[in-house]
Design a protein around this ligand. Sequence first.
Ligand SMILES: Nc1ncnc2c1ncn2[C@@H]1O[C@H](COP(=O)(O)OP(=O)(O)OP(=O)(O)O)[C@@H](O)[C@H]1O
Ligand SMILES: [Mg+2]
Length: 1022
Amino acid sequence: MPEGERRHLTVLFCDLVGSTEIASHLDPEDWREIVAGYHHAAAEAIERFGGSVAQYLGDGVMVYFGYPEAHDNDAERAARAGLAILDAITKLNETREHPKLAARVGIDSGPVVVGGGSGKEADVFGDTPNIAARVQAAAEPGTVVITDAVHRLVSGLFVVEDRGAQALKGIEQPIQLYRVVQPSGVRGRLQAVAAVRGLTPFVAREDELRSLMNRWERALDGEGQVVLIIGEAGIGKSRLIQRFHEQIAGTPHTWVEAAAGAFHQNTPFYPVTELLGELLAWRGNESTEEQLAQLESALELAGLKSAEAVPLLAPLLNLPLPAKYPPLALSADQQRRRLLATLVEWAPGAARVQPIIIATEDLHWADPSTLELLQLLVEQGATARLLLLYTARPEFRAPWPPRAHHTQITLNRLSARNVRTMVEEVAARVALSAATVAAVVERTGGVPLFVEELTRAVLESGEAKIIGRKIPVTLHDSLMARLDKLGPAKEVIQVGAVIGGEFSYELLHAVHPIPEEDLQGALRSLADAELLYVRGLAPEATYQFKHALIQDAAYEALLKSRRRDLHRLVASTINDQFPALNEAHPEVLARHWTEAGEIEPAIAEWSRAGEVARAHHAFTEALESYQRALALLNLLPESAERDLRELELRQSEVQMLWVTRGYAAPENRAATERAVVLAEKSGNLTQLVNLMISRGVNAFSSSDLLFASALADQALELAPREGSSNVFARTHMLQILTRRFRGDLSGAEEHFIAGLKFFDDPEFKHFPGAAVVSFAHASLNAWTLGRADVARERENRIVEIAEGNNPFEIAWSTYNRALLRSSAYMRDHQQAEALAERALELSEKNQFPNVAAYSRCVLGIERAGIGRASEGIALIRQGLTDLLAVEARLGIGTFTAYLAAAKAQAGAIIDALATIEEALRTNPDQLFNRPEMLRIRGELRLKHEETEVAEADFREAIALARTMSAKAWELRTTMSLARLLVKHCRRDEASAMLAEIYNWFTEGFDTADLKDAKALLDELVN
Ligand SMILES: Nc1ncnc2c1ncn2[C@@H]1O[C@H](COP(=O)(O)OP(=O)(O)OP(=O)(O)O)[C@@H](O)[C@H]1O
Ligand SMILES: [Mg+2]
């Protein structure tokens, strides 16, 4: 690590109070000795808690926790060290002659850069040391004061006193401070968490619990059992034990538990003392006499002789040996052996009184004496009603050989489903988006501790979503500790982290060319440390981070400059040596160039990534790639060349916006407008006309028919000058759309005929939906003009266009066919319903919101048509809401009219009448289906017994249909009118009218309207 590292560091600052004053009364040599004594005592306390002295400044001392090596609890270590230093000073003060020293301790935690140098002399850049010094100065003599940042990391572990927010010299914002009074006495993180905020409801682990229960039942039968629970930090070992404890609450038993401590790896029998304390049920406030009496009776109960056992046990329990017990005349070693023997005898003895569970946690930290005892218990506990529960992290190797009564449980990561449950529980009432939950699942890799902390960090950020690679502060130390433990493999994992969540051995080696044995060794140790999954054998292997948080931590530790260099190296390596990767995944290359700050190649690769994604129909990814290219392009200085590139990218962006957001979406209006500005600057005619049409499509889809028509006419004027098939095709397309909607059905027809020879142009077909739309509207138009067969021919062309595998074209064409077959047009219910269902499914699956909304409306019309009125109403309503969400106002009036019809079917006539009025008001310049809307109103009015106005509606509809030659509407309305006339004894008039329009038709006699008309006619004639 030559050039430095970004780390999270806890800094402790300790200084003597009034030392100048004290020194002035002393001989300098004596003073020097006293200071040395204090330094020595402080250093000892610091070392015990794994800190490293960075610097002595006069009689002050600055200490790092978390560097050069991180531990998963550096803040806790610092606070304990602070208390220990004060204790040590108190001890020094107890010696006679010693001047009364007092010290203050200040602690802060935060992000820093540790630069250059090595080990202790490393320079630290960042506010943390400075803040720690200021906090120290603000502390009362003889106290340890921590900042809010430290407090968050140790909450629950200490009794603290709130010192309020204090302004510190040279620091902008006041900082909330706490005085650390003493350890709170909770054991470990789990208890602290439980005390501070309660535990997350337990999930999963059914098999493990069953296995524990099973062992417990055997133990109850007198077959002593040993269960060792292994798993990485935070995986849930302690929680499993706690859960098991809850589960057996109903069975009488003695439960004692203790944990080996990270700070007590050299304290003999550390957890054993605690276990005994629990076994003796000491509350901590009894006199030594009482304690002794309890010990004696417990020993007797377990069948041990007090006279022999008490002298051995008393020192362990910190009990003064009373006079009635003669001191032991044994060597230290003999004493130890006897003590072990006594302890080993005690457990089964106690188990005779009541079944007993001895839970000893965190064996990876156990002192050798404790381990020896545990091993003896393991070997000799097989015949007692005894269950030994042990937990350890994976680095622990059990020193005992496996036996029949031993079980090992390895805790795996939680499944994604369980993680989701946990996230929901932690988030409680805050609903997190599906994307956030998915991100938590992905980043935490099923480690419950990570799940809790990351979820909480998301909630605390107030954003309710995950931003970038941010690592929760509460996990910094734990993650860094895992990395620091790796030694030389750490650099390998960091290079891997730069390459990505998954990387091949080949690429890693190319980027990080250390000798193969070293690299493979490092990768093996990374897999052993549960940080990477491996697939295949090196050099063919690929590696994947088990959870993104570790990847992020490895990455975040790199200096920004080093990250940039590595990204550049990865990019150029892929570029030069990995043609297949380069070819298939330009987005990977693009990302590396971007992170390397190499804008030019990044833009080029993002553009290419957009094309590749689009070719694979990954429209959202394509859109994102184009947008990333555009964002970088904005960083380049103004130039005509830059503008040209932007113009091209904008057009690609617009097309992807059509697909992913819809033709009318405001984002695509903005992008189109921007492109127009650029095209006007460049004066390129092709671009100008193309953009004019794109604008027209946008205006049309948002129901601004006037503007769309104006643009269509301008395009028509310019097209011959431009001259390309594509522009002709698109111009005719826009003409078909605008003319048809304005009610110029024959004009639309003319443009379709004129456009036909251009519609096969590949460039034209490349515009999403362009060919489908042209044929679809031509088909609907033909039907309206009374040419059902022609309509069906054109429908076949839509089917052909969508025959590829482009899901957008398929969804769009399926929707358009559904509309043609729907009861709004051909009334082929079966086909229409099936097509609408399929279009909806496809567009939801592929996230085409526009198509989905339209399809939902048509499906609603069909459902209402077969009597499922309320379902139909709900579908149309939802469809309308969704259309408005993407600003597709084009179909609002039409579908509102069918909503009115559906409401009438449900019997809500009054409501239906109001709705049809709303429909008629909505898009008044859309004449093409106004006759149909008037007919619907007429039918509704009839139902409401308003015969006269109904008749007026029908007559108005027929008159309007005639002006457009909309034979289909005319026929349908004439039937409505005919039925009304018959009721009022005007049968002859009715049959004459109907015959006239019916006889006009020359095709489509198999369609529902014509069949109905025929039947009605026959009825009228007879
Ligand atoms: N099955 C579970 N359901 C719900 N929460 C869980 C589950 N397992 C663990 N947790 C939560 O995850 C956090 C970490 O669990 P725990 O403290 O048991 O891990 P550990 O394996 O003992 O870690 P360490 O090795 O650091 O002691 C705790 O807050 C715990 O409540
Ligand atoms: Mg634990």
